[in-house]
Design a protein around this ligand. Structure first.
Ligand code: ATP
Length: 242
């Protein structure tokens, strides 16, 4: 097996006295598509923030691409939870996506024509090229989520981390996006937080179930019973037919 691109070894984390992650160990392989599920408050977003180097573990070790999360930060694409993105800025879709290119560290403001052209394939891939000049505060929730995904991809990351990227997207849109994530795994490693196990199990290679502690499952081994025993009824377990 090749060197994991994300490796957590016995990681624990608490906010004050509230223990959020307990002895979490996880290895994610190159080009793996991993689903992360678990109840509200189970620690999923916190785990992503540790991988991003935004929070330090209190004990244990996090390694990303064989180094510290901070050193690997430029190689990471992050799509934050939609609700956490303040969108009351008078800037266009194009500007938000170009912000992703800034991370590559080879761009100079103001944007040149070449810079603007460079994001066209990404906008087309997400089906949002026609929205390019719209202000982001005029977008629907689903459109904004696509813009945030395009911004992360514009940085040409080796690892893409997505925190509930389809929360505001309708079922057809969700299918389209998960088909895109499946395609992207040829180019990068993809890790996605979701509440909808029944849906994601058609796409992901493995499922990590997190409720302070983390348990890994091959996708086909996760049943409604396992989920209900571990996490109660909060995770949807509906199988969808495409
Ligand atoms: N900045 C913070 N300060 C204090 N406590 C926090 C902070 N961020 C998160 N928490 C707490 O840590 C716990 C885990 O939160 P986290 O956001 O990681 O869960 P989650 O699994 O992503 O939940 P959800 O499915 O609701 O998004 C929660 O109890 C939350 O209240």
């Amino acid at each position: 097996m090749s060197q994991p691109v994300i490796s957590l070894d016995q990681v624990s984390f608490a906010f004050g006295t509230e223990h959020v992650l307990k002895n979490v160990s996880l290895d994610v392989q190159p080009h793996e598509f991993l689903g992360l599920i678990g109840p509200n408050g189970g620690g999923k977003s916190t785990l992503l923030r540790l991988i991003l180097g935004l929070l330090p573990p209190q004990s244990g070790e996090v390694q990303v691409l064989g180094t510290s999360p901070r050193k690997a930060a430029r190689q990471l694409g992050y799509v934050p939870q939609f609700a956490r993105f303040a969108r009351a800025f008078p800037i266009s879709v194009e500007d938000v996506v170009l912000m992703g290119r800034l991370k590559r560290g080879r761009m100079l403001l103001p944007w040149r024509r070449r810079d603007r052209d460079s994001i066209t394939p990404t906008l087309e891939r997400l089906g949002i090229d026609h929205l390019r000049h719209k202000p982001v505060d005029a977008l629907s929730g689903g459109q904004l989520q696509r813009v945030l995904i395009a911004r992360a991809l514009a940085a040409e990351p080796r690892i893409l981390l997505l925190d509930e990227p389809t929360a505001s997207v309708d079922r057809d849109g969700e299918t389209t996006l998960f088909e895109l994530f499946s395609e992207l795994k040829r180019e990068m490693t993809v890790m996605v937080i979701s509440h909808d196990l029944g849906f994601i199990s058609d796409y992901v290679d493995r499922v990590a179930c997190l409720n302070k502690q983390l348990i890994m499952h091959p996708t086909e081994a996760v049943t409604a019973d396992t989920i209900n025993q571990l996490y109660g009824e909060q995770v949807q377990m509906v199988h969808h037919h495409h």
